[in-house]
Design a protein around this ligand. Structure first.
Ligand code: FAD
Length: 392
């Protein structure tokens, strides 16, 4: 079992004791960014509702507390690839969702100035590792601009480290994911039950009943935000959401600033940033280890970390002797078509799900959670991510 650098800031926010013998207005399963942000939005929309948030470990124990904290516009695919995959209109709409999500993060932080979340509006670079990738990025930048967003293409590597140029997006940023989750959870005033695994979810005549080790939790309606773990609760998701593992390392603090923006490289398979305290964070390696980086095992895979070490030393040779202090893994939820999946549960009334933001759940976070909250409060499934497309 690994734990991340961000987990040093993890706190228990949940309450002890038995689950109250009452009907909550809504219960949210999963205390990652999807669940906590949905709890926040549900309570914003329905301030009088009693909302429970149930998490098997601590908040942000899953992918959310193990990511790189990038707030990037777009999906993992370069824009030209998204256009080919989904068509221009959908690629644009998805990009707009992520831009809107980042705006919501900024608005949330502005409205809650006491909540320090390590936010840095530092911009991003998406860099090519080959001349071919640079051509895809050049075409992507042109289309992104045509579609009304502000990015530019750089012919040369802005870092001067041997990349082949790429896209500069001055509007992207980075954040501390565990602090953001904590801030959303605290602000939501949802009632948190952590260390509480949900074993099952059933209708009980009036609403929903969850079976947990601390007793039954009853609610009028529920949102399943378990991401990669959803298939473990319900086999219905088994052919729709797959667990895919990612790996990250963080060095000891580096006194010199080597990098300001967050950086995506090699079709997004590698990503790196320098944290506010000077530490260098690098994640990725999945392209070469795709066959083994799947499933639920939480291990810092030595072969992938060997790859990451070599990548770091190649592009940042001055960091060669800086010790790596944290290595961890995290499990993401992937759908077959690369898009998040939101919808209504097939045979339970008033049960909804919001899953699988792939490797961009921080980028999608507040906007997708607002969509999830609209499902729970108004019954409206967002057409863009409607799970009907994955039905079997
Ligand atoms: C290595 C790595 C790097 C990444 N980097 C970035 C990045 O820089 N930017 C970005 O936008 N995205 C990134 N991502 C993706 C991002 O982390 C995810 O898309 C996002 O965190 C998913 O959030 P979630 O809430 O849906 O899932 P999770 O965070 O996995 O939350 C699901 C929660 O459900 C809980 N749970 C599971 N089963 C049960 C149960 N039965 N009962 C109760 N609780 C249960 C789990 O403990 C977990 O806390 C990265 C992911 C990884 C792994």
């Amino acid at each position: 079992m690994t734990s991340s650098y961000w987990h040093l800031e993890q706190r228990r926010l949940g309450r002890d004791g038995a689950i109250p013998d009452t009907y909550f207005d809504a219960v949210i399963l999963g205390g990652g960014i999807a669940g906590t942000a949905a709890a926040y939005h549900v309570r914003q929309a329905r301030p009088t509702w009693r909302v429970a948030l149930v998490e098997s470990r601590r908040l942000a124990s899953g992918a959310t507390g193990r990511n790189a904290g990038f707030l990037l516009a777009g999906t993992a695919d370069h824009y030209a690839v998204s256009v080919e995959r989904y068509g221009r209109a959908i690629a644009r709409e998805v990009f707009a969702v992520t831009v809107g999500s980042h705006r919501r993060v900024r608005e949330f932080l502005a409205a809650n100035p006491g909540m320090e979340c390590g936010y840095r509006p530092c911009g991003s670079l998406t860099l090519a590792v080959s001349a071919e990738e640079a051509e895809v990025l050049r075409a992507s930048a042109e289309m992104i601009r045509e579609d009304g967003f502000d990015v530019r293409f750089s012919e040369t590597d802005p870092l001067g480290r041997g990349f082949h140029g790429g896209i500069v997006n001055p509007h992207d940023g980075g954040i501390h994911p565990v602090k953001l989750v904590r801030a959303l959870a605290e602000t939501s005033k949802a009632e948190i039950f952590d260390d509480t695994e949900v074993f099952s979810l059933e209708a009980d005549g009036r609403g929903i009943v969850l079976d947990t080790p601390r007793g039954k939790l009853r609610a009028e309606r529920a949102l399943v935000a378990l991401n990669a773990y959803a298939p473990l609760l319900d086999g219905y998701f088994a052919d729709k959401v797959s667990p895919v593992r990612g790996q990250v390392l963080v060095t000891a603090p580096v006194s010199k600033r080597v990098l300001e923006p967050v950086v995506y490289a090699n079709d997004g398979f590698e990503y790196f940033r320098q944290l506010p305290d000077g530490r260098f964070l690098l994640g990725g390696g999945r392209r070469d280890f795709a066959a083994t980086e799947i499933g639920y095992d939480d291990v810092a895979a030595p072969d992938v970390h060997g790859f990451l070490d070599a990548f770091k030393d190649r592009y940042f040779p001055e960091l060669k002797d800086v010790p790596v202090e944290h290595r961890w893994s995290g499990i993401m939820g992937f759908t077959p078509d690369g898009l998040p999946m939101l919808g209504r549960y097939r045979d339970l009334p008033n049960v909804w799900f919001s899953l699988a933001c792939h490797g961009h759940g921080m980028g999608f976070s507040l906007e997708v959670a607002a969509m999830a909250a609209r499902m729970v409060t108004q019954g409206v499934v967002p057409e863009l991510f409607d799970a009907a497309r994955c039905a079997s």
